[in-house]
Design a protein around this ligand. Sequence first.
Ligand code: AMP
Ligand code: MG
Length: 406
Amino acid sequence: MIDLNDLLEQVWPIAAQQATPTEYVSLNIALNRVLAQDILSSLNVPQHDNSGMDGYAVRRADIQPSSCYQVSQRVPAGASPQPLQPGTVARIFTGAPIPPGADSVVMQEDVVVNDEASVTFNATPRLGQWVRRTGEDIATGQVVLAKGTRLDAIHVGLLASIGVSTVLVSKRLKVGVMVTGSELQSPGQVLQPGQIYNSNEYVWCGLLESMNVEVRSVGIVPDNLEATCTAFQSLADCDAVISSGGVSVGEEDHVKPAIEKVGQLRSWKVAMKPGKPIAFGHINRQGGGQSWFFGLPGNPVSSAVAFQLIVKPFLGLLEGQTREKVDWRSRTRKVQAEFAWPTPDSRREEFLRADVQSDKAKLFENQSSGVLTSLARSTGLIRLAKGQRVNPGDWVDYVAYQDLMR
Ligand code: AMP
Ligand code: MG
């Protein structure tokens, strides 16, 4: 049995060292892909000083309260203004360029409109007020996004804002998925006696979708050695293969012998709870080369937690994400237990499902690794060391689900 930290140090560097093929893609399909280049801005955002309000552009030094000013031009957004005639003001709208010579904007709510052509100000404006400065958001040459960033919706918008229409990203990974278990049935089918619905595949596929990888699933594989070997081999051209279930030592567990037959087992059993039977290795391809392999436990909580803690970061590293981005351990923080955990596991560290609000952690009552609702009704995982007892009020390590997935 290997400690989780040791497994991560064994497994993640393998992915980090592997070269990541890249390709240019159009911005509109770049969501959730990983940047393979630093993006530098070729322009200033905003491009020119512009108004942050509907109102009047003025030269601050010209303005006296209660004096009347001629409105010498009108500048809607998209217009190209004339220099401001001294002693006059310009009608201006949000986003419109500030006329040369003007330096401040007075919002229309603070202006008395005498007629179309003249206005009076109630007060002296502050120099530079309501002016958005050239380059105040992004300056030319600035690194806007770093290589290794997974592009979320805001990132994509940021790229659009500097006029980028094509980006260099890592090629999409191909990830093979299979779930073993003769008791499994697909949602939509009637459960026969003794059957349960396959949920692991749905959890993984949902999590994989947020990575924009290509998922190849062979679905449910019955518990026999031959079918397991055949399924592995059919997925061998994927970059990585993930299986659930059948990875323990029961007579109906065929994943370990199968992987030893079609590839190589490199690590097996991790000292964590949920999730002890976790296998890592590879599957040999017929024409040479190999596909990385993770065999995760069948229990839904174990399978989801092991996926998030071990597999997702591995896939991110294969895609060229940085170690800093994928290593959730650096995002672990202390929260205060509002529960007791008097009989910890002495041989395995534990990940407890907890609901944390304002740094106070409540434990989900059923911590069984088969209870998927424990993941649905919690905000993250409390990480306890081997043998770590908890009394109410103790500060314990916690990682939020939202910090696991970046
Ligand atoms: P195993 O790891 O094969 O011993 O399975 C452990 C438990 O997880 C058993 O109760 C299985 O029925 C259940 N299980 C296995 N695979 C799945 C799956 N794909 N979806 C939901 N539960 C599963
Ligand atoms: Mg099974």
